[in-house]
Design a protein around this ligand. Structure first.
Ligand SMILES: *Cc1c(COP(=O)(O)O)cnc(C)c1O
Length: 380
């Protein structure tokens, strides 16, 4: 056997081909990092679609109470939370899979249904985790052209274009409703026709991470579809409207046989004990949820009005974030905003180079962002 010098080993060459080509997910810049870099305080972060209200007080209480038990493993089956979700959603607990954030569930779906020789279909400008989960297991991504910039849902999913990419190798279709970062959404009748048009052997992931924010009457009650479309996997999260992003908890609702498969690749104890009690309490705190929605609706009006008075176009959004067109390289504007202590999200990685995505914050946070954006755009 030839002896290779350890310094001559290229570990990238040793990685699986799908991993070699991957770029890691780019998270929003943490406040603490910008504080270190600039040596300033009072930073406004509107970069990760977090809930600006902070956690619900009842959640904080149950987490405090659960702290002495963290030397124990959590309930690996999440009995209490699944029961609470089961009551809320009117589905049996055997239809629910808990995840370490809904990203964890997306990853489980990929590990169960995707691999070399198989294809996943999703839209251009769709959530970044779909291409990562697909490539990580060696499957091929088929990216559908999105709706045009001047259509009713600018840069949103074009279901016909997605349908056209489905073939005998397609195992999973990812649909984000609404999508991040575009904030575009699909009404129930269009999605239902799409499901109807697909072979029942193609798994459809319907990502409803922002579903709780939406009040459009045509937004689908997708859980009701599960009986008719057993290939449907609905994913939801406690990270956004429920304000638990830091605890990492989300879930899938699907046919029990699909649940059983997801469970086979699920890491043992993937959801921690604090997240389990927090999510159960969050689910009961409907007052917090309605305050979150209300704050979001008001913030959306505040931001869109400001964009209009600055003469900026934006993509109409139903989420807790919005993409604004800054008319130049978004990354430059992002950097200039950082120097003013405001963190937003560049979306060049989503093929939207002239846009920035901003999360809806409190009224005061939104105003800091609006003032900073006005200054930056006047300067450049
Ligand atoms: C934020 C987000 C998620 C959820 O992430 P978690 O892992 O649950 O925190 C899922 N899908 C989309 C489209 C998102 O924007």
């Amino acid at each position: 056997m030839s002896v290779l010098n350890p310094n001559d080993v290229s570990f990238c060459d040793l990685a699986m081909p799908g991993v070699q080509g991957l770029l890691p997910y780019q998270p929003g810049k943490p406040v603490s990092e910008l504080e270190r870099e600039l040596g300033i305080r009072d930073i406004v972060k509107l970069a990760s679609n977090e809930n600006p209200l902070g956690p619900s007080p009842t959640v904080l209480e149950v987490v405090q109470q659960a702290l002495p038990d963290i030397s124990r493993y959590p309930d690996g089956n999440g009995f209490g939370l699944k029961k609470a979700l089961s009551n809320r959603l009117q589905v049996e607990p055997t239809w629910i899979t808990l995840g370490n954030g809904s990203n964890d569930v997306l990853d489980m779906v990929a590990r169960v249904f995707l691999g070399p020789g198989r294809e996943a279909v999703f839209s251009a400008h769709a959530f970044a985790v779909y291409p990562i989960a697909t490539a990580a297991v060696g499957a091929t991504a088929r990216v559908a052209v999105a709706c045009g910039g001047d259509s009713a849902q600018p840069y949103g999913h074009d279901l016909n274009a997605m349908r056209a990419l489905v073939n005998e190798r397609t195992s999973v279709v990812f649909v984000a409703n609404p999508n991040n970062p575009t904030g575009t959404w699909l009404p129930g009748n269009e999605l239902e026709a799409f499901l109807q048009s697909l072979p029942p052997t193609v798994m459809v992931v319907l990502d409803e991470a922002y579903g709780e924010y939406i009040s459009e009457p045509d937004y689908p009650q997708s859980v009701e579809w599960l009986d008719r479309f057993p290939n449907l996997i609905i994913t939801r999260t406690f990270s956004k409207a429920y304000g638990l992003a830091g605890l990492r908890i989300g879930y899938a609702i699907s046919h029990p046989e699909v649940c059983d498969l997801l469970n086979r690749v699920r890491h043992p104890f993937n959801v921690n004990s604090l997240a389990l009690v927090a999510a159960e309490a969050a689910l009961q705190d409907q007052d917090y949820l309605s305050r979150s929605r209300q704050l979001n609706d008001q913030g959306m009006v505040q931001l869109t009005a400001a964009f209009q008075s600055l003469g900026l176009d934006y993509i109409p959004s139903v989420g807790n974030f919005i993409c604004v067109e800054v008319g130049r390289d978004g990354r430059q504007v992002f950097d200039a905003l950082l120097r003013l202590g405001v963190i937003v999200r560049p979306v060049d990685g989503y093929q939207l180079p002239n846009f920035l995505r901003v999360s809806i914050g409190t009224q005061a946070e939104n105003q800091v962002f609006i003032d900073a954006l006005g200054r930056v755009l006047a300067d450049v």
